[in-house]
Design a protein around this ligand. Structure first.
Ligand code: GLC
Length: 450
């Protein structure tokens, strides 16, 4: 199963793109002529119309190059499909795409995007923006509200809203990722489990038992559960899932109160600390997505936290999930993140496509964005469906331009608890103070249905 299954439908998309360009051009000409009829009289207006139409069809546009700052990390399996999609766009529109290299983590990518956007026209024309950064980057991005409007009715409204910042649509949803649990089907069967774990308690039991059994067979480095514990945004995603399962809130609630200092959140961090050295390797404290993925793929763990792909389209969101083309696919199962008191939820991740305010190729950049979005909508429509995921949303829209500071403070705090540097209750109290200072928001309890 792949993300982009568009190749054989290239002609269809290209026709769509060319037709709409001609239609827009003619409509513009028509409107102008209607207006001019009134002002200039018939003959001169007809002359103007023929000039406009010949301009639309006869002159070949200069080939432009659009620079594209794509995602640093998505799934390694996506890259070849992306390559051929970019080539297809160039073949069909004449517009070339220059792919800019990007760092692996989303915080580093944010730094780079911000720096490049400040270079004005020398910066990227099109950027992939993580769902958490619209509030931070929006001053340098074009409002796409009207520009990509044809595609909107097909897109999931909740997703569109997560790319709004200060009344502006800073990016259009492009990829959706949801935190999920991958597990070794074969090992679960071997150890007598009929189904994957539904709660963290169950996961702990299964992980510990499978780990002990595999080590007894001689696989000394085998671990029960691998996840992402490095000082990086992936830790926010893991930890907010632990909190959500325990009823510990989402750091800042939708009513703009800071809820992080509560017993359920504290308990969930303590539980994760206990995993380290027991069912998770001590090096998990330095793991990001690719590290845990590698361990799982080489057969070194029973369970792993990973991103699953979901659809951007309205009808299918959070139901249709696509998975990696892992070598271990036949023995890998996927399920929702385990729950606790309140049932599990996966973090909403993913990215949108944005256009730089400073781009000198805005028309081509918008055309490229529309092309990628349509390709994605099409590929989502042919996906098979799988797990239905409940979501936990990071408080990016509540905190806007301050989300980066909020996340950095949260990541440092949770990491200091996991390493044992700080006791969890103390760390939560200090974080609460820090978040009040950053946001100016009041303190409140986690909201039940947030
Ligand atoms: C994935 C998600 C993104 C998240 C990041 C954290 O790329 O799509 O939303 O912030 O992982 O590492």
């Amino acid at each position: 199963m792949t993300y982009f299954q568009l190749h054989s439908f290239g002609g269809h998309f290209a026709r769509g793109i060319r037709m709409s360009r001609i239609r827009r051009c003619s409509l513009f000409g028509f409107a102008l002529v209607q207006d001019t009829f009134a002002k200039l009289g018939g003959m001169r207006a007809v002359l103007l119309l023929s000039l406009i139409l010949s301009g639309c069809h006869a002159t070949k546009p200069e080939p432009a190059t659009v620079s594209y700052l794509r995602l640093g990390w998505s799934q390694p399996d996506d890259l070849p499909e992306m390559e051929s999609l970019l080539q297809q766009f160039t073949r069909e529109t004449g517009i070339r795409v220059r792919d800019l290299p990007v760092p692996e983590t989303t915080l580093d990518q944010l730094d780079l995007s911000r720096r490049l956007l400040k270079q004005a026209a020398a910066g990227p024309d099109v950027l992939a923006v993580d769902v958490i950064w619209p509030g931070v980057l929006q001053p340098d991005l074009v409002d796409l509200q009207r520009e990509v409007a044809d595609e909107f009715p097909l897109l999931e409204p909740q997703l569109l809203r997560s790319y709004e910042a200060d009344g502006k649509l800073a990016a259009v949803p492009y990829t959706v990722q949801v935190g999920v649990l991958q597990y070794r089907r074969d090992l679960l069967r071997e150890y007598g489990y009929q189904r994957p774990p539904r709660t963290w308690d169950e996961l702990e039991k299964m992980a510990a038992r499978i780990q002990a059994g595999e080590r007894a067979k001689g696989n000394k480095d085998f671990w029960g559960y691998v996840w992402q514990g490095a000082v990086a945004e992936a830790l926010t995603c893991n930890a907010i899932e632990w909190q959500a399962a325990a009823g510990g809130g989402r750091i800042v609630e939708s009513n703009r109160t800071i809820s992080v200092n509560n017993p359920a959140a504290i308990g969930s961090w303590q539980r994760a600390k206990h995993w380290i050295g027991w069912i998770s390797p001590p090096s998990v404290l330095a793991y990001q997505e690719l590290d845990s993925l590698n361990i799982f793929d080489k057969g070194g763990a029973a369970f792993g936290r990973i991103w699953g792909g979901a659809s951007i389209t309205r009808t299918a969101l959070f139901r249709q999930m696509h998975w990696r083309n892992s070598l271990a696919q036949s023995i890998t199962g996927y399920t929702t993140i385990p729950g606790g008191l309140t049932g599990g939820a996966g973090t909403l991740g993913g990215s949108g496509l944005a256009v730089s305010q400073h781009s000198s190729h805005r028309r081509e950049a918008l055309e490229f964005v529309r092309f990628l979005i349509r390709a994605q909508i099409y590929s989502n429509q042919v996906e098979e469906s799988a797990v239905r995921a409940k979501l936990v949303i990071r408080p990016a829209s509540e905190t806007g331009s301050q989300y980066e500071q909020v996340a950095r403070a949260y990541i440092d705090t949770v990491h200091s608890v996991l390493t044992g540097e700080k006791p969890a209750p103390e760390a939560a109290a200090a974080l609460e103070k820090e978040l009040v200072r950053i946001t100016g928001f009041p303190i409140g309890p986690p909201l039940k249905r947030d």
